[in-house]
Design a protein around this ligand. Structure first.
Ligand code: NAI
Length: 302
């Protein structure tokens, strides 16, 4: 089989100045893509700004014979997002691939969380994905081709102590994906989400020290590159990765129980008495859109 390549493709990777995003940028460039290396160069909690993070990765790519250009805008504003996409258009004339990867942390237990800590995290992860993806998808739609990846987290999918802000923002990205995949399906734009796991400055004080080698950020890169390739035909999926493990995760529902006849009201006692059936997930299923849920109500609606 032919090697997966990104010849003639233009990619934007946000937050690519270090950590996992840097791996995506280097790998895309090695396989032929022209890459916009976006990074605001902030600390882990989102403070400061430093152009050297993006510059270093661009230098690395160019000295290895690849093509890349730096962008230092914040993903967290619409003007920043538009400028990131403009950098791709001004430098390379198109945009095929967007990896929304930039991120910060402001961990705090829920009762101690401040409004500022909530807003900062939401702005970078959730609003940031909107601000970059909207201008990017405009270009992709015009070209009838695109690959978009959002970066969620197992924290958002399943929870993590002290990360209600981060987890909400990360699961919010799945919400963007679920609707966006429907809106762009006919333009060959595939939208997927990854939940990576890697040793980086984000996790260095959370993971045990022996994870440093095993949780190499590189192990997340091949999954994301595959999702960004022309060969990938899936859209609206979530993949978790880490240490060389790759798996799909999904939102599913059980069959549930139809009560009443859609005319009479249902009592609390009926819910109590049917709780086992309502909670049963033996026959769990995924749905391509929210409309799938109406299948369960079929007997009541017909
Ligand atoms: P990192 O801290 O090494 O890299 C994040 C990069 O994003 C930094 O270079 C930072 O300057 C940049 N950035 C932050 N705010 C920005 C903004 N407003 N505009 C542009 N750039 C900005 O983190 P890491 O570990 O590489 O994480 C990458 C992504 O993966 C993040 O979205 C993170 O939430 C996610 N993730 C990471 C996990 C891990 O195990 N490391 C686990 C789950 C998710």
């Amino acid at each position: 089989m032919e090697r997966v390549n990104f010849n003639d493709r233009v990619a934007v990777v946000t937050g690519a100045g270090q950590g996992i995003g840097r791996m995506y940028a280097l790998a895309l460039a090695r396989r032929g893509a022209r890459v916009v290396v976006n990074d605001l160069g902030v600390t882990r909690d989102g403070s400061g700004a430093d152009t050297s993070a993006a510059d270093k990765v661009v230098e690395e790519i160019i000295s290895a014979g690849g093509k890349a250009v730096a962008n230092y805008d914040s993903v967290a504003t619409m003007s920043g997002g538009e400028n990131i996409v403009k950098t791709a258009m001004d430098s390379y004339g198109k945009l095929d691939i967007l990896i929304n990867n930039a991120g910060i942390l402001r961990d705090k237990s829920f009762l101690k969380m401040t409004e500022e800590e909530w807003d900062l995290v939401m702005n970078v992860h959730l609003k940031g994905a909107f601000c970059v993806t909207q201008p990017a998808v405009k270009i992709m739609k015009a070209n009838n081709y695109g690959r978009v990846v959002f970066t969620a987290s197992i924290s958002g999918l399943y929870g993590n102590f002290g990360q209600t802000n981060y987890g909400a923002a990360k699961l919010g990205l799945v919400g963007i994906m679920n609707s966006l995949k429907l809106e762009v399906a006919k333009y060959d734009i595939k939208v997927n989400t990854v939940a990576p796991n890697a040793w980086s400055r984000m996790t260095a004080d959370v993971f045990p020290p022996e994870f440093e080698e095993k949780m190499n950020p590189q192990f997340n890169e091949p999954m994301v590159l595959y999702l960004c390739s022309e060969e990938n035909k899936v859209s609206g999926n979530i993949f978790a990765t880490g240490a060389g493990w790759y798996g799909r995760t999904a939102i599913v529902s059980g069959d549930g129980v139809c009560l009443g006849d859609a005319k009479r009201s249902i009592s609390v006692e009926e819910i109590r008495d049917n709780f086992h059936g309502i909670s049963n997930m033996d026959n769990k299923r995924e749905h391509d859109s929210g409309l799938g849920m109406f299948e369960y109500m079929g007997p009541l609606l017909s």
